[in-house]
Each structure stands twice: as C-alpha cells, then as structure tokens.
Write a protein that binds this ligand. Structure first.
Ligand code: NAI
Length: 714
C-alpha cells in the first residue's frame, strides 16, 4: 500500500504514504492506486466528500523524474495517451459531484500541486520550509496535469505565468497571499479538522469554471469563467502576453521551447472550456516532453547532477572520510569565499594570511555575506555568529596543527606556492590532505614541493565561491585514490558538485572555457563585427559574450597564460590570442574590465559599450557571416576541446565533462553539456561540420579519426 484510505465522519481520507519511494511521487505505482481509491470514494454512497493529504513530511513532491525521462524516448503517440489518461484522473476528480479538499501538509510541487489545483478547496499547513509551485519548466517541461489551465483561472494570468515560466516555488504563506491556497492551518490536527469541516459544509462544491447552465443542466459549453485580473483579450491580457513573449525571448533566445509553450497553453486554453483547454495543454506537453531539450535538462541537469552531487566520481572502496578542521592559506578573494562556505557546513576553519590584519579582512567577507543573508531573511544573527565563531584568523603556521585538509589560495606564483606548501604541510593531522586552488599551474609540478605528493591534489573553486556550485578536483600524477575520496567527501559536505579530472594545462574547465574566448578573439581578427560576435555568443546560449568575458577575466591574464604556453612549446608565436592580447595590453594599455579599458569601455556613470577604436586595429570586413555560422564557431570550439580532453584522459567520465561545462562556464544546458552536444545536433552532422570548419578556419576544429570514433560512443 502506497496510499491509505479510510472513512471518517462520512469523509474519505486518501492519505499518501509511499513505501517504494523515499518521497511521495506520482509514478507508475502510485497513480493507479490513487485512482482506484478515488473510484471507491466516488462509488460509495456513504461518502459525502474527499480529503487528500499525506502522512509524510511532504504532500507530493511531484512526478517521478525517471518516469518523465521515459516519456522522452517513447513514441509521441504513447506520450499523448499517457498525458490524456493522467489528466482524465484530475478532470474526473473535479467533476465527481462530491466536494474534494487538498490538505497540503508539506511540499506540493509540479504534479503534486496539480492534484491540489483539481480539488475544490486547498488548505496548507503553514510550514515556512514547505514549497508550493509548478517548477516543470526547469526540466524543460510544462505543467502537464492541467496546471497551465487551472492556475491562471484561480489566481489570474499574470501571476500564474510568472510562476510557471520561471518555475518559481513559494512557501505556504506566500501561496496564500497569491491565492494559490485558500486557507492556512497551524498544525496537522487543525489542517485535517478544517478540511473535513469544509467538505461537510460544501456538499455542492464545484469548480468555478464548471458552472452548470440552468436551462440545459449541463456544464456551460463555452468558456464562461472570468479570469481574475482580466481575460486573454482584455488590455491587461494583451500586455501580459506581449511582455511575456519579449521577456522569454530575451532570456532564452528561443533555445528553450518550454516557456513559450506555457505561454501558448495559457493563451489558447483560456479561450475555450476546460475540456478543450486540457486538450490544448496535452498537445503542447507532448511537444516539450519529447524534445531533446527536456531530455538534456532531465537527464543531465537533474539526474546527472544528482549523481555527481552524490559523488559519482569518488573512488570506490575508500572508507568515508570527514574534514572537521580545515586550514586555508591566503585570505584573499578566493580564500575568504572558501572559509565562508566551509564554516557554513559546520567545519572549523583556520584562515591564515601573512598578517593578522589580512586574515581578518578575509573574515570580514563572511560578515558581509551574513549581513546580506539576514536582510533577505535567509539566516539569523544567531546563526551568523555561530558561523563566524568557526573561523579563526591567524598569521601563524602552528595554528594549522591538526587540520584534516589545508587548501592554499595564495597568489598564483609557483615559488610562493612551494614555500607555503613546505611550511604548512607538516601541520596536517595524520592522513591529512593538501589542496591547491591554483587556476593555471599544473598540479603534478606543484606537488614536487610536497613531502607526500600522494596526498596532494588540486581543489579548484570558481568565483564567487558562495555562488558557484562546481568544484573541479584535479589528480596529479601521484595523487592517491584516498586523497581524491577525501576531497570529494569535503566538496559534498559543503554542498557543492564535485568533478574529478586528470592534470592538464588549464585542467578541464579553464582549458575548454579558454577556447570560447579565444574563438571570440579569432573572429575579431577575421573581421567579424564585434557586436555580431557578442550577440551570437548570447544567442547560442552562453551567459556572456566572448569579448565581454575576456575583459572580465583580464586580457593581461590571457596574455600571461598564452605566453607561458608558447614558452612551454604548447603554442606557436603566431597564436591569435597571444597576438591580440599582446597588442591590447602592451601597445594599447587595455587590460580589460580591471582598468576600465578592454574590448569594451567602462564609463563610470553608465553601461559598458564596445570600444569604437577596435575597428582601427581589427577592421570590420565588408561581408559579414551569417549569425548561425558565428554561433557554430563559438560552440564547436568548446566541444572539440572537450572531446580532446576525453580522448587524452583529462576527463575521466562523460558525466563530469557535461556537468563541468554547464556549471563552470555556462555552456548551454539545453544541449546537455559539451559532450552531449554531438548527439544534440546529430553525430554525423557534427562530425561533418567539424571537418568543414577545420577546412575553412583552421586545424583547431579538426578531430583525429580516433576522436571521431570516440564521438560515436559518447
Ligand atoms: P588574492 O590576491 O585575492 O589573494 C591572495 C592572498 O594570499 C592575499 O590575501 C595574500 O596576502 C595572501 N598570501 C600571500 N602570501 C601568503 C603566504 N605566504 N601565506 C598566507 N597568505 C599569503 O588572490 P585570489 O584571487 O584569491 O587567488 C588565489 C588563488 O586562487 C590563486 O592561485 C588563483 O589563481 C586561484 N584562483 C582564483 C580565481 C579567481 O577568480 N580569482 C578562481 C580560481 C582560482
């Protein structure tokens, strides 16, 4: 039994309590059982009404994501039937002739909240941690259980669209003020009491959109229901759709089909009666549910990321480790961030810098974040004090005694890193691990300063540390499985996503991300209009244009990295990035955002704009390429480099490659990450295009026959 059924005071109580799944979810097991309980309640003449609730912490967390992924591979006709059957349950429920109340005892998301929407009345337990909403869009889907039709009819189009298009979740109090639930209860007892009372007091409950025509005795054939805030054709309605379309296109550039499909569902559905409206929704649901975008968002961004979060790349057979005391060398920008996220996870932190003053400055950073958190109601002063008490500042190496892990985040200088490694390593507890947060220096080289290179590892955070969810762990030549396991356990503890890669110039993430900026620079040198380069990057789904992000990272840094690669023989003197950044930095003194002069100008009193002087050094060609071609160059470069990383063994798993590309540098999630990209565009097409791009623009797009074979197995 997944769902309990009992009758109390002539009211059927249908109470979810799944045993086959840790949370109540709608799936192949629970849906038929739910339906059969409902049928019993409809058929039993002694039952005056129904209350739907749950015995777990949550009400119903949503549809089983694995079931949704299965829909993606099915014949659309099968998904159509599935969706129609699913909706019929809800439609029968709201037209069963007996009052039905949702007693929402906890989180009700997606299909879980759609159950509530098909009830005649909704009461929620006022638990500030519970979440209510229709977040399907985040999986590339739309609410497919009538949500796109019922929510706008209940709370109005504008609010409903905002919630559905952004997939926003709200707590019960907010849900109440928006009209998503009708009433609140302060305890489970009160919740059930109110629910049963409502059922008994409203024997003739009916959905407002199902009014009976007094003459014919049937449900009014045409949409007769006044949508709160105005119907589709009203001035507000028209404004909502025009504004909504513009906002979605600005955000998604048309790369994600679900938000526009939600808009269409509401637009079409609100002009017809509920039965036809459901048919509209089913039609669009099938379209998005079988899309590649949904497959990638569910398969990679949801299920894949979950796997990575659980430590999919952790070496097996190493007993669980725990970092209780963490040392951080360097309380600068990165060190301060690492201290904050670690203390947040309850880890004791020793934050060391060259002076106590510097170390204190690093701790100030946590104070600032806590202050913001309190202002936004995300934390309390008491919790903030607790967190701060975990961060000890120091300038003395002895204070690092007994650390399970030490992470150095001092200046990016090989000699300095060697000195601090030698000084701090002896302070480690037995079995302690030393990590470097270097962004460019190969780990195997840095490990030479270590007395225990097997316990030396790269722990690469991204900035800003508190916001960026990925941590790239880099195995040096001698790094042991034990050190990797400890680092993975630490990353899990601070609730970030770990990926594990092998050592390489720029590791995986910086190396591949660098190809985006360098292709942007190559396009500039080829005479492509800079505004086209930037627009193409964003249209392809990258968060920032290639030239803008080059400015942000700093052009002198790009020059330093490419210069070092030339010295090491990895690049030739004619490298485009080297040539262009050399000109920008050495001849023109343009270092990027940091000196307010780069590819862009950064006026003190306004928004950045592309530097007009660029045209003098990089003349804009008379004939410009099609935007699709520019997008291709920008995306394919990153994908080709990721395939090379896989081929060379820098990447160990496809999952890490995909998750890393999306979380580290914002490669488009709709494509499922760099290594899913060939499948997204079609493997054969991808391989042909790589050859064509290589023939046209250079060998950097060329894949070897071995790499081509590898692509076919991805
Ligand atoms: P930063 O310049 O903000 O901080 C460096 C800190 O190290 C300074 O506070 C300095 O006083 C301190 N320091 C210098 N010598 C020291 C010593 N002997 N003992 C203790 N502390 C000492 O630098 P940032 O940006 O925090 O970078 C630190 C490391 O993180 C670098 O290796 C950098 O490449 C890497 N990194 C930086 C990222 C970024 O976006 N800034 C991203 C990922 C990695």
């Amino acid at each position: 039994m997944e769902i309990n059924y009992k009758i109390e005071n002539n009211v059927a109580i249908i109470s979810w309590n799944m045993t086959t799944s840790p949370m109540n979810v709608l799936n192949d097991i629970s849906i038929p059982e739910f339906e059969s309980h409902l049928q019993n309640a409809y058929a039993d003449p002694s039952v005056k009404g129904i209350v739907i609730t749950s015995e777990k912490n949550e009400f119903i967390a949503g549809a089983d994501v694995k079931m949704l992924l299965k829909n993606n591979d099915k014949d659309p006709a099968e998904t159509y039937k599935f969706s129609l059957d699913f909706n019929n349950i809800f439609r029968r429920l709201e037209t069963c002739g007996k009052p039905v109340v949702a007693a929402i005892n906890g989180t009700a998301l997606g299909g879980g909240y759609e159950v509530c929407l098909s009830c005649h009345y909704r009461i929620a337990l006022d638990n500030p941690k519970a979440q209510i909403g229709l977040p399907e869009v985040q999986l590339g889907l739309l609410p497919g259980g009538g949500g796109t039709q019922r929510l706008p009819r209940i709370i109005g189009m504008e609010q409903a669209l905002m919630l559905m298009v952004e997939g926003k979740r709200v707590n019960p109090k907010e849900a109440h003020s928006l009209g998503m639930v009708n009433d609140l209860a302060s305890s489970r007892e009160e919740l059930m009491d109110k629910a049963i009372k409502w059922v008994l007091a409203n024997p003739n409950a009916i959905q407002p959109w199902d009014e009976i025509d007094k003459k014919t005795g049937a449900i009014k054939a045409r949409e007769n229901y006044k949508v709160p805030g105005g119907n589709v054709q009203s001035p507000t309605g028209m404004r909502t759709f025009a504004g909504g379309t513009a906002m979605i296109m600005d955000k998604t550039k048309g790369n994600y089909p679900a938000p526009i499909a939600i808009l269409s569902c509401v637009y079409e559905g609100l002009q017809v009666n509920m039965d036809r409206a459901i048919a509209v929704e089913v039609r669009y649901f099938v379209k998005v549910a079988t899309s590649r975008e949904a497959k990638n968002l569910i398969g990679v961004m949801f299920l894949g990321k979950n796997e990575a979060d659980k430590g999919a790349s952790r070496p097996k057979d190493i007993p669980k480790t725990e970092v209780k005391k963490l040392g951080i060398l360097g309380a600068g920008f990165m060190g301060a961030g690492i201290a904050y996220v670690s203390a947040m996870a309850g880890i004791e932190v020793v934050l060391k810098d060259v002076s106590l003053e510097n170390a204190e400055k690093g701790k100030e950073y946590s104070r600032g974040l806590i202050k913001k958190g309190i202002e936004r109601g995300k934390t309390t002063a008491e919790k903030g004090e607790q967190l701060l008490s975990l961060i000890k500042t120091t300038d003395a190496a002895e204070d690092l005694k007994g650390c399970d892990l030490i992470i150095e985040a001092v200046f990016e200088n090989r000699e300095l890193k060697a000195t601090v490694t030698k000084e701090a390593e002896p302070m480690l507890a037995e079995g302690g691990v030393f990590g470097s947060n270097t962004s460019t220096l190969p780990i195997s080289g840095l490990a030479k300063a270590s007395a225990k290179p097997e316990n030396f590892i790269g722990i690469h955070f991204f900035s800003p540390v508190d916001k960026m969810m990925l941590v790239e762990l880099i195995r040096g030549k001698e790094t042991s499985d034990y050190a990797v396991a400890l680092a993975v356990d630490y990353v899990k503890k601070i609730r970030k996503t770990p990926i594990v890669v092998n050592d390489s110039r720029g590791f995986y993430t910086s190396r591949c991300f660098g190809t985006y900026t360098s292709e942007g620079i190559a396009l500039l040198k080829d005479g492509v209009d800079p505004i086209l380069i930037e627009n193409a990057g964003k249209n392809a789904g990258m968060p920032v244009g290639a030239l803008a992000v080059s400015d942000e990272v700093a052009l002198d840094l790009a020059l330093k990295i490419s210069g070092q690669a030339i010295k090491d023989g990895a690049l030739g003197e004619d490298d485009t990035t080297y040539q262009v950044t050399k000109l920008m930095v050495e001849d023109l003194g343009r270092l990027g955002k940091k000196n307010k002069k780069g590819f862009y100008e950064y006026p003190a009193d306004g928004k950045k704009y592309l530097w007009e002087g660029l045209a003098e050094y990089f003349p804009v060609a008379e004939t410009q390429p099609d935007i699709e071609e520019v997008k291709k160059r920008l995306l394919y470069r990153q994908v080709v480099e990721s395939i090379k990383c896989m081929d060379e063994g820098v990447l160990i798993t496809k999952l890490d490659g995909n998750i890393g590309s999306i979380l580290a540098w914002g490669f488009p999630a709709y494509a499922g990450g760099t290594l899913n990209f060939p499948d997204f565009v079609g493997t054969e097409t991808f391989l042909k295009e790589c050859d064509r791009l290589a023939d046209t623009y250079g060998e950097r797009f060329r894949l070897t026959s071995q790499q081509k074979e590898l692509v076919k197995t991805l």
